[in-house]
Structures are given as structure tokens and as C-alpha cells.
Design a protein around this ligand. Structure first.
Ligand code: ADP
Ligand code: ZN
Length: 532
């Protein structure tokens, strides 16, 4: 294809048939075309491919695209060929004779784009071929694979640093949908790029309303209330909207799907324990029929592109902010108002921690997973605009004003001075030897007469009954917020016993105030004048 001398916008219109660039796309393409580098963090579907495809067409020579996904490579190349672009793949799926043809085209400068597997690009033979020809650019797809921080580290990606050193003057662009700021740093460093080269864009999904509610004893009932009040369409032929409900376990998927079906909702289960045909059937129905609810584990969703999913509900917390973002991102692809609703409680986070801890992954990876879970925890507990927290997490520039479309923005949060309450909890944890979990601590504070309290003689200590003015739930909320603030840790190797963090000392000494946010939970009428 001869588009040399054409400008990027012209290529966008004449080759790809689009009118205009998406935000930052034009700028990134311009930059690569001029011979500079870029690291592009954009969510899936954001339009990353054009960021290297267009410069590869506008610049002289062949664009080399390093990609780890063999099956997707061929799809991309097929699509490009349909547009009349001279594209080819070089990977293990080729026969020897097919490979020779591509190599000849490569050597003769007859390709616009060549997709190469990472282990192949580093072979001497390929490096030599690159030196012999005109290389327009190097694009590194799934660039997060270069970092152990990422969820998908690939050792062969490490060598791409060397590729940059061998071809320092060839513009290089890394693209990925998932890289938190620490991962972004690592990618920049390994690809010898600077902060200037970083573009994080497209993460905001303004039509999604984000909401996190405290999980109660009967979460299914909470879910039902949410769907009843916001996603029922009594006037339409479909009784309710399409939605996805995510649960952690297969068992909960099954029981939740059955529960919703019993309530008259069209709900189907989806998890890896179902047969392939069942899964396919359910997925097909979800895509085709309006007004269906898919109750699923994380096994569901890859490549699902249904525009009118009106809500995504989480009955259990996801593992990371990335998965939360990806899962909730399946709502509202059509741009119409949609809900991301999540019920959460502290013990879910504790359970998730145990899952990470007991995995066989190496220590560094587990550490990264804990870090990611902490970020999610922070998101659940935040009193700030949730959209701001999400965008900050991915490193996208700050929202200038609160979004006005999340629970925290919509109900202006009132906080209360919880210094005394915090002192009661902290000293009770200290007095009982930092060996007990939230429910026992709550019992001691409220002066409950339980067997455990008597067994340990906790009815004789000074903190017994100092908090009888508040309900059990109110104290649990306070403890949860103390954990979220990092003043108390939950020991996951023991039985969830609460431990004090150094940072709580100024509070205990009365040198630091603590603010809590109100939960929709009234303070008990029964009040006590006993103080700490
Ligand atoms: P990503 O690689 O970020 O997941 P793609 O590059 O596959 O996303 O693009 C997602 C979709 O958006 C594709 O169908 C693509 O053709 C389309 N697209 C990309 N840029 C534009 C644009 N400027 N205008 C219209 N559609 C676009
Ligand atoms: Zn907001």
C-alpha cells in the first residue's frame, strides 16, 4: 500500500474509514510518526492498535509488532489485509515454507506490518534481518508482560530491553490495557523511555454509576432489592434489564442464579464447572436475548461485547482494581446510564488475602497481589469520589471536579469525630492481648455476656462494656474503618485476630483525631455514660 507522504488523518479516513481520532490517539500517532516513543495505557477497546498501525503506514519501512497472543495476531493480520494493508505474521503457527515467504517479503521491504512472537524477535536471524531492512517502528503489544509487577509476566519480554538498545533510533511504542503506576514505571525503565512518553487515557466511563454498599447478613436479598428498585421494567415486555452478577464461588453462582429465578427473574449461571456446551448456550442466550441476568464467576466476560448490559453487580469483591474495572466495564458499552454495584464486607478482603497467601505463586507476585488488593480495599472504604480513585489508580490525570455520578458524590458524606470510639476499640484490642477477632472485641466493648468473655476473664478488664451505647454493627463498621485506615491489621495467618499498628499510638495518646463516616445504621438508643 502506498500511503507514504500521506498524513495520519488522511490514513485514518481513507484506509480505516473513521472520521476523527479518539482523545490522545492523534497526539500519540503524531508523536510516533515524528520518530519519538510512547507508552500507551488505554483500556481494552480504546483504540490502541491504530496508535501503531497508522504510523507504520505513514513512515517508511515495516512496522514490527511484538505480540504474545498467537491467535489474536492472525485475526489482526486478516483484518488488516482486508483493508489492503500488507501485513503478515511470523510465529510458530507457520510451516517452514510459509515462513520463508514472509521472510522474503520482509527482506524485500514488501510489508507494512509484521507481527512477531516475542521469542522469535530476539533470535539472531531476525535481528540480522531487521538490520538489513528499513524498520518504521517497533510496537510492543501487552507491554505489561515486561514487568513482574504485572499479572502476566513473560521472561522473554525482558529481552526487549536489548532490542531497544540494538535499535535506539527506531521509534518504539508499548501498549497495554492494564498497568498500574508501579507497573508503568517498570515498563518505562525497561523500554528506556521517560515520563514524557507516557499516555494514560480513556479509563473514564462517565455513564457508569459506581456504588459500594456494606454487605449484610443476606446479600442475595440486598441484590434483589437493588435490581427490583432500579432494573425492573414493568411497562416493557422484558421484565428487567440485562445484567451480570459476579460471585467468587461456583456454589454461590448456582444458589444466586436459582434465587433470582425463584423470584421470577431470567437468570442463568455461568462458571468453569459447567460443561462447555452449557456455558456456550448460556453465553449465547445472554448475548441474544434482552433482559437476561448472567450470574457468573470471573470465568465469564472475556470478549463479551454486549452493548446494553445495564448493571454489573459484585456479590463478592474482585481480586484487584484491574479486575473490578474490567468487570464493571462490561456495563453500559452503549453509553447509556448503567450501574456498577458492589456489596462488600471486611471478611471478604480477609478471605481474599488468605487465597493470595496460600497460592503457590512466588513471593514477589504475592506481594504485588496484596498490594493490588489493598488498593481495592481502599476503593471500597473511600469517602472520596469513586471515579477519582479509579482514575488515580490507573494513573490517569486527576478529575478536576467530583464526578457527581457515584454514591459518594451523590450522598454528600457526613463524617463524625470518632476519636473516642477509636480509642475504645484500640485499647480493648491492647487489653485483650491482640489475640482476638472483630466479633469478640465487639462483644467485650459492648459488655456482652458470652462464654468466651467469661472464659478469658474479659468481663473483669477495664474496657469491658465501655461501648454499650452503640450497636454491634456500628462497632463492626468502626473496626472496619480502623483497618482501612491502617491503624489495625487483621492477622490472616491466625484466626483473624486484630493487631495494632504503630500508627494508632498518637490516637491512643490523644494526640490525633479520627474521622469516621456514617454508615446507614443508627446509634442504639441504649446509652451508657461509662467512659474509657
Ligand atoms: P484496543 O487495542 O485498545 O483494545 P482496538 O485498537 O482494537 O482497541 O480498537 C477497538 C475498536 O475501536 C476497533 O473496532 C477500532 O477499529 C475502533 N476504533 C479505534 N480508533 C477509532 C477511531 N478513531 N474512530 C472510530 N473507531 C475507532
Ligand atoms: Zn464521584
Amino acid at each position: 500500500m502506498d500511503v507514504t507522504s500521506a498524513d495520519p488523518r488522511h490514513v485514518l479516513q481513507s484506509v480505516f474509514g473513521y472520521d476523527s481520532f479518539r482523545p490522545h490517539q492523534g497526539e500519540i500517532i503524531e508523536r510516533i510518526t515524528r520518530g519519538r516513543n510512547a507508552l500507551v495505557i488505554m483500556p481494552t477497546g480504546g483504540g490502541k492498535s491504530l496508535c501503531y498501525q497508522i504510523p507504520a503506514l505513514v513512515r517508511d519501512g515495516v512496522g514490527i509488532v511484538v505480540s504474545p497472543l498467537i491467535s489474536l495476531m492472525q485475526d489482526q493480520v486478516d483484518a488488516l489485509q482486508q483493508l489492503g494493508i500488507r501485513a503478515a505474521v511470523l510465529n510458530s503457527s507457520l510451516s517452514a515454507s510459509e515462513r520463508r515467504i514472509v521472510e522474503a517479503q520482509f527482506a524485500h521491504g514488501e510489508l507494512d506490518l509484521c507481527y512477531v512472537a516475542p521469542e522469535r524477535v530476539m533470535r539472531d536471524r531476525f535481528i540480522a534481518a531487521m538490520k538489513q531492512t528499513n524498520v518504521a517502528l517497533i510496537a510492543i503489544d501487552e507491554a505489561h508482560c515486561i514487568s513482574q509487577w504485572g499479572h502476566d509476566f513473560r521472561p522473554e519480554y525482558l529481552q526487549l530491553s536489548t532490542l531497544r538498545e540494538t535499535f535506539p533510533h527506531v521509534p518504539t511504542i508499548g501498549v497495554t490495557a492494564t498497568a498500574d503506576p508501579p507497573t508503568q514505571e517498570v515498563i518505562l525503565e525497561r523500554l528506556h523511555m521517560s515520563e514524557d512518553d507516557l499516555f494514560v487515557t480513556g479509563f473514564d466511563r462517565p455513564n457508569i454509576n459506581y456504588r459500594v454498599v456494606p454487605k449484610k447478613r443476606n446479600p442475595k436479598q440486598q441484590l434483589l432489592q437493588f435490581i427490583e428498585s432500579e432494573h425492573r421494567n414493568d411497562d416493557s415486555e422484558h421484565r428487567h434489564d440485562s445484567g451480570i452478577v459476579y460471585c467468587l464461588s461456583r456454589k454461590r453462582v448456582e444458589s444466586t442464579a436459582k434465587f433470582l429465578a425463584d423470584q421470577g427473574y431470567e437468570a442463568l449461571p455461568y462458571h468453569a464447572g459447567l460443561s462447555g456446551t452449557k456455558r456456550e448456550e448460556h453465553q449465547d442466550r445472554f448475548l441474544r436475548e434482552p433482559g437476561l441476568i448472567m450470574v457468573a464467576t470471573v470465568a465469564f466476560g472475556m470478549g463479551i461485547d454486549k452493548p446494553d448490559v445495564r448493571f454489573v453487580a459484585h456479590l463478592d469483591v474482585p481480586k484487584t482494581m484491574e479486575s473490578y474495572y474490567q468487570e464493571t466495564g462490561r456495563a453500559g458499552r452503549d453509553g447509556h446510564p448503567s450501574n456498577a454495584w458492589m456489596a462488600y464486607r471486611l471478611s471478604d478482603i480477609v478471605r481474599m488475602r488468605k487465597i493470595i497467601q496460600s497460592s503457590t505463586d512466588n513471593e514477589e507476585y504475592r506481594w504485588a497481589q496484596h498490594h493490588k488488593l489493598n488498593a481495592l480495599f481502599g476503593y471500597c472504604e473511600t469517602t472520596d469520589c469513586r471515579r477519582r480513585v479509579i482514575l488515580n489508580y490507573f494513573g490517569e490525570t486527576d478529575l478536576p471536579v467530583d464526578c457527581g455520578n457515584c454514591d459518594n458524590c451523590l450522598r454528600s458524606i457526613d463524617t463524625w469525630d470518632g476519636t473516642v470510639a477509636a480509642q475504645k476499640v484500640l485499647s480493648c484490642i491492647a487489653r485483650t492481648g491482640q489475640r482476638f477477632g472483630a466479633s469478640h472485641i465487639t462483644d467485650v466493648i459492648r459488655g456482652a455476656d458470652t462464654e468466651k468473655v467469661r472464659k478469658f476473664g474479659h468481663n473483669d478488664i477495664s474496657t469491658y462494656g465501655i461501648g454499650s451505647e452503640r450497636s454491634k454493627q456500628a462497632w463492626r463498621s468502626i473496626i472496619r474503618q480502623l483497618v482501612a485506615k491502617g491503624m489495625v491489621h487483621v492477622d490472616i495467618t491466625g484466626y483473624g485476630s486484630l493487631k495494632l499498628d504503630e500508627s494508632c499510638r498518637p490516637v491512643l495518646r490523644g494526640n490525633r483525631d479520627v474521622e469516621f463516616r456514617h454508615e446507614p445504621e443508627p446509634v442504639s438508643k441504649r446509652s451508657s455514660t461509662k467512659t474509657a
